[in-house]
Design a binder for this molecule. Structure first.
Ligand SMILES: [Ca+2]
Length: 274
């Protein structure tokens, strides 16, 4: 009877011990899963930070190269001058590859100074349908003009309120191109993708058409005379948009910076890390 009791309690001790071992083993499995995930996250986070810093450094490199090439002729016969609007490969940063693109903001339309008709025309030229183009053009003008009088296709404070928005037009010039997605009629797709308003418009400079031959030269498509090559110079006071893409092992980072050229130097006006 006593030994039966003992065996029974030994049995329960065994069951409890097995349970404890099972629970400990499961915790171990979970812990190793978690720490594996944590280290993956750390590696990923580290790669991202590395790519971002490399892209930031790439802006400096691209600006230095552009200054170096300023007013000089093409690096080699038939080779492109700095390809405005095209990507060039920059010297690598460790194992991170860098690609830069530079755009002259003077080639874009200024949303602070352009007439609504010009804005609508630019949008329609980029493939937007007329109604949407007119809505966005008038809403941009209403956003920046001082009054609260709505244009035929535009929107002022009362319209934003009626649409349940917690904000309205500030009635002053745009301070950044990234204000545009707040404007009536501008959605995520039209801003970033089709037609990509952030590429078409600027808040710096004014649209001035470059001579056709210069356009071709910049794309490296034409054989240039020495005088024609000389024609490519950084303009005093002009703003240039630098976009640097950094490719690390598994991650890509991008930095866009607006730099103004003054007295032989570039000055940072605005930047965005993607
Ligand atoms: Ca207004």
């Amino acid at each position: 009877m006593r030994s039966g009791c003992l065996r029974e309690s030994e049995g329960s001790v065994l069951v409890v011990t097995l349970w404890i071992l099972f629970v400990v083993a499961m915790l171990g499995v979970q812990y190793s899963k978690m720490s594996r995930m944590e280290s993956l996250l750390l590696i990923h986070g580290g790669e991202r930070a590395k790519a971002r810093y490399a892209a930031l450094g790439g802006i400096e490199k691209a600006a230095a190269l552009l200054k170096f090439w300023n007013g000089k002729s093409s690096p080699g016969e038939g080779e492109a001058l700095w390809p405005l609007g095209g990507e060039i490969e920059l010297p690598q940063e460790g194992d991170v590859k860098l690609y830069a693109e530079v755009e002259d903001e003077g080639d874009k339309l200024n949303i602070n100074t352009a007439k609504p008709e010009e804005i609508a025309e630019a949008l329609e030229d980029a493939g937007m349908d007329e109604d949407k183009a007119l809505t966005i053009a008038d809403s941009i003008a209403d956003w920046r003009d001082k009054d609260n009088n709505r244009r035929p296709h535009g929107a002022e404070k009362a319209d934003y309120e009626a649409a349940g928005k917690s904000y309205g037009p500030p009635n002053r010039p745009f301070e950044s191109i990234f204000e545009l997605p707040l404007v009536n009629g501008v959605d995520w797709e039209s801003f970033w993708e089709e037609p990509g308003l952030y590429r078409i418009f600027t808040i710096y400079g004014s649209k001035k058409k470059k001579p056709e031959v210069l356009e071709e030269l910049m794309k490296g498509k034409a054989n240039a005379t020495a005088e024609e090559k000389e024609a490519f110079k950084l303009d005093e006071g002009e703003v240039y948009r630098f976009t640097v893409r950094a490719e690390a092992a598994k991650i890509e980072a991008k930095v866009t910076a607006w730099l103004q050229y003054r007295g032989g130097k570039f000055y940072l006006l605005e930047k965005r890390i993607w």
